[in-house]
Design a protein around this ligand. Sequence first.
Ligand code: G3P
Length: 217
Amino acid sequence: MKFFVDTADVAAIRELAELGIVDGVTTNPSLILKSGRDILEVTREICALVPGPVSAEVVATEAAAMIAEGRKLAALAGNIAVKVPLTWDGLKACKVLSGEGRMVNVTLCFSAAQAILAAKAGATFISPFVGRLDDVGAEGMDLIADIRKIYDNYRFTTQILVASVRSVAHVTEAAVIGADVVTAPPAVLKAMASHPLTDRGLEAFLQDWARTGQKIL
Ligand code: G3P
């Protein structure tokens, strides 16, 4: 499973990249706003931080303008994945940009039908938003399971990139289902390491070690 970090916060990306667990980054207009940075400048900086795919999202809504924006974003670095929304024009842009050999991440996916179209349009990644489906009372992870089954049925090569991840459970459930990638906020990725029994067990080990009076170094 690949881990992408869902943020445009360069410091947070750098910290996780140093651990060696970051396979890519995803951004979107809201994350760019949150960063307070210029999209071209911060995206270029992120691309230099991680060797894997860095998703940068177009903001046009008509296919021709999406394609023009996508080409400009793709020119920033060799590891850019152009992000387009799952609309009819986004699918048109995906078909053209992927046909030019560019990585495309089709985002804002909320149904299996949408995911089928994205695969047919040559998407490199499909981004189903599990958290936002949960928010409206649907089961976001059920969509991931459906897409996995459909893509496997027809050997689609589009990678399932689970997005809108809000919890460690989302990550582990995505892994059980066999999603290719999860993109998660830094805090969720860090939370994966935490467990109260680990903390309690380590405390007990250290207390017992102290009673041995020994040192290793
Ligand atoms: O990658 C999409 C993600 O940034 C959206 O997350 O929590 O706003 O649904 P959220």
